[in-house]
Ligand binder design. Structure first.
Ligand SMILES: Nc1ncnc2c1ncn2[C@@H]1O[C@H](COP(=O)(O)OP(=O)(O)OP(=O)(O)O)[C@@H](O)[C@H]1O
Length: 293
């Protein structure tokens, strides 16, 4: 094992940066060759990963949130080798949660050093990859709004505030959802293409999603009255919304194509992307090796 730790100093409003001394202290007690590199700008983690793999580091550990993990994974996918490690240092850390990686950074490091790995699926969309959840509709608007609010309120409560504001203001969107075996046209509040179970800081959007089964689970929440929405929404936190079958459907599919008028805001592993007219989510035949049990 030769490990490169890629630390995003701004992840989790500097939570990841504060983990550097802990990583040094614990790693110095081992005989493992390691290096710690801090990113200096967005997207740089991909280039750092590629360079690290070329220098002979076989394990690249993302120290940050889901955005950092995604960028490191992109480097591993581009090179076609290397094992991904995760030390949760972000705000939400939902992929770690979906993978049962401890939220405590020290425990996550020990778990990683035990060397157990798992091959996980990932999806492709417009040249990007996603490991956890790609979603659209109300929740993508929540993430977009949260990007503004978290600059003012530097705490995970910003997400709750964004959520309440969006619940009150959001209008549904007409989508045609093409799956392997079905095509559905409906007004949706939210649709989530899930590889992992959790997003948004622990919301169990898709309890039946399995990160290594080769499929996406697609959760579709249909248009409903605001009153109904306020009663149904709390159920999402525990994954109980899927029992409200009048409004919520779940499909299993290898590929998903969405068609819509004008623009759609997507939330891909916590990052916002705006797309036009249509977008496809494709399961990739390649897998990513991750330190997880
Ligand atoms: N040095 C840097 N300066 C500014 N932004 C950076 C830097 N390094 C990485 N980034 C960007 O920070 C963004 C957020 O990272 P990340 O998702 O890991 O943290 P988070 O948002 O706190 O956690 P989570 O997604 O789990 O809620 C990413 O889009 C990444 O490109």
């Amino acid at each position: 094992m030769k490990i490169l730790f890629v630390v995003n100093p701004v992840a989790g409003t500097d939570k990841a940066k504060k983990l550097v001394p802990l990583i040094k202290e614990k790693m110095d007690k081992t005989h493992i060759i390691y290096k710690i590199t801090l990113t200096s700008k967005p997207k740089e983690a991909t280039d750092i990963t590629i360079k690290g793999l070329e220098e002979g580091f076989n394990s690249i550990v993302a120290v940050g949130g889901d955005g950092t993990i995604n960028e490191v994974a992109m480097g591993i996918v581009q090179k076609g080798y290397g094992t991904l490690g995760i030390i949760p240092g972000g705000t939400g850390n939902d992929l770690a949660r979906s993978l049962d990686i401890p939220q405590d950074p020290e425990e996550a490091l020990y778990s990683l050093l035990s060397g157990v790995t798992k091959d996980i699926d990932f999806g492709r969309i417009n040249g990007k990859i996603f490991l956890n959840v790609a979603s659209m509709g109300m929740d993508a608007e929540i993430v977009k709004r949260n990007e503004k609010i978290k600059k003012i309120i530097k705490s995970s409560i910003s997400y709750t505030i964004s959520m309440i504001m969006t619940l009150a203001l959001y209008k549904s969107k007409r989508l045609t959802i093409e799956l392997d075996k079905d095509s559905i046209e409906t007004d949706v509040l939210l649709a989530a293409v899930s590889n992992g179970k959790y997003y948004g800081g622990g919301i169990k959007i898709c309890p039946m999603a399995s990160i290594d089964d080769g499929y996406f689970h697609v959760v579709i929440i249909k248009k409903m009255s605001k009153l109904k929405l306020f009663t149904l929404f709390p159920l999402v936190f525990k994954g109980e919304h899927i029992n409200i079958t009048d409004y919520v459907s779940v499909y299993k599919s290898k590929n998903v194509n969405l068609k819509f008028d004008n623009e759609l805001i997507l939330n891909i592993d916590g990052e916002v992307l705006t797309v036009k007219d249509s977008v496809s989510f494709i399961t990739h035949s390649q897998k990513i090796k991750v330190y997880a049990k």
